[in-house]
Design a protein around this ligand. Structure first.
Ligand code: TNX
Length: 488
């Protein structure tokens, strides 16, 4: 396989402005080097590593004078950046680290795929890119409860999402099957809820210790990804009730569950023990999480009477603020009056009167994750070996060709914090499974979150996506070779 020279606009998400200059291609010669001021030294090192991999050259990092220069200046809008590529130099410019990191991800896609190919073509296409995101929040979610993924597996997903300028990773840490984060004072949550065999169908088990979680937060931070922890309440709590029977309404023990049913468990809104537990958990998770968000779930509480659901949330939502975090919840939580900064996350397929539009009217920002478009755990088509299909099958075009600002009446562009692509793990067991479901549909959601609506187009996306075939093959990535794409 022979690499062809990338075109400047062959990038996902598509940048806002691309001005190619074919007379100004930059050669990745053996003396290529990267320079950056000390505040950007880590980003420079990350870029140098990518260049070493792509070219096999030594690529030293210096303070100044590199042929590739990283400048922390101008473009002070968060995540905005500019790249100038000439025959003599490449310059990445941004006023923030997040902007420089985004610039590096763009440049990464313009490099040859790997050393073997690079030996033939060691050129970056010339021209100028100017870019900034449409939405501040571009998320991916990974379900650690239905199947636990180890820190190394989670790091691998962080590496994947960050390449496409996804800047939040929502971790679904608790559910009926398992409890995946250590909480001081409540050791049985993870001793029992994280034991071997606590995944769906008894597959796997495990949990994150607090140091492991802190390491993941730091790993993500270095890639400008913010971790959004979710503790799912008041439903989806069977694992907690197995560990602590006093968390059931009648105090009677319940057995572990490894099936994929939902909606049968609930905390009890009328018991003080419930709130002592929830406050301990929220306080500990908030203390471990430097990012601004804490997700309290709130979905599918089918066995919580509606009045109890409102009682519960009315007490619990303010706790998140008390510990300094901005609360996110699945859209069901919009059934109550929300604290001003609360963010409902919309996942429904059919529009329904669930209060999200009302929340938007009163100034709330919304995250859009409609299941029939953005759920990465839906099957691609009826023959998909993995995934579910309760929201229909979701091919690549279906995941791309929609717009979050017109999806829900009353929730327009100005009400959107952004978009998120959840990946539930009932049918997943490995990184290969994650990659198969996320790639390529994650790139569709990434582009929806970043690129202006008017600049987006399925046939352009489809053509740009085709170029990832050889890259992913060379990198050993297990992407889905969707027949909707003419893979190179
Ligand atoms: C619905 S959508 C759920 C999860 C399941 C998922 C499977 C939502 C907020 N909850 O409990 O894992 O469907 O697709």
């Amino acid at each position: 396989m022979r690499a062809t020279l990338r075109r400047l606009g062959d990038v996902i998400p598509l940048p806002v402005s691309v001005r190619p200059d074919p007379a100004a291609n930059f050669h990745l010669s053996p003396t290529v080097s990267v320079s950056a001021a000390p505040e950007a030294a880590d980003i420079a090192e990350q870029l140098a590593q990518l260049l070493r991999r792509a070219t096999g050259h030594p690529v030293p990092v210096t303070r100044d004078g590199g042929s590739i220069r990283i400048l922390l200046e101008g473009y002070d809008k968060n995540e905005a950046y500019r790249i100038d590529i000439t025959a003599e130099s490449v310059t990445l410019r941004a006023g923030t680290g997040s902007g420089l990191f985004a610039a590096v991800q763009t440049l990464r896609q313009l490099l040859p795929a790997e050393a073997a190919e690079a030996a033939e073509i060691e050129v970056v296409p010339g021209g100028t890119i100017e870019d900034e995101p449409r939405f501040a929040y571009r998320g991916a979610m990974l379900d650690l409860a239905r199947h636990f993924f180890t820190p190394a597996e989670i790091r691998s997903y962080i590496d994947t999402i960050a390449q496409f300028k996804i800047n939040h990773l929502h971790l679904h840490l608790t559910d009926d099957q398992g409890w995946r984060l250590e909480i001081p004072g409540w050791p049985r949550l993870t001793e029992i809820g994280g034991a071997e065999g606590t995944g769906v169908d008894g597959a796997g088990g495990g949990f994150l210790t607090r140091p492991e979680y802190a390491d993941l937060v730091a790993y993500a931070e270095r890639r400008f990804v913010t971790i959004v922890p979710e503790i799912d309440l008041p439903g989806h709590v069977n694992a907690a009730q197995v560990a602590y029977p006093e968390l059931t309404c009648d105090g009677e023990p319940v057995g572990p569950r490894t099936d994929a049913e939902v909606g049968y468990s609930s905390l009890c809104a009328n018991r003080e023990e419930t709130y002592a537990f929830v406050e301990d958990v929220i306080r500990e998770v908030a203390a471990l999480t430097p990012g601004p968000f804490l997700h309290i779930g709130g979905d599918e509480a089918f066995s919580t009477p509606p009045e109890d659901y409102r009682t519960f949330l009315t007490r619990v939502l303010p706790m998140v603020g008390k510990y300094g975090k901005r609360v996110v919840g699945w859209h069901e939580m919009a059934a109550v009056d929300l604290p001003p900064t609360a963010v409902p996350q919309y996942w429904r397929v059919e529009p329904a009167d669930d209060g999200v539009a009302r929340a938007a009217r009163t100034g709330h920002q919304v995250i859009m994750s409609p299941a029939d478009r953005s759920y990465l755990d839906m099957k691609y088509d009826k023959d998909s070996p993995l995934g579910l299909d309760w929201a229909g099958v979701v091919g690549v075009e279906r995941s791309y060709d929609w717009d979050p600002a017109v999806r829900l009446p009353g929730v327009g562009e100005e009400s959107l914090l952004g978009v998120e692509a959840p990946l539930w793990s009932e049918t997943l067991r490995s990184v290969a499974d994650i990659e198969f479901m996320a790639l390529p549909r994650l790139l569709a959601i990434a582009e929806i979150g970043w690129t202006p609506r008017a600049a987006r187009d399925w046939s352009s996306f489809r053509a740009r996506l085709a170029g990832f075939g050889p890259r992913w093959t060379a990198e050993g990535v297990n992407f889905h070779r969707s027949p909707e794409i003419d893979w190179e």
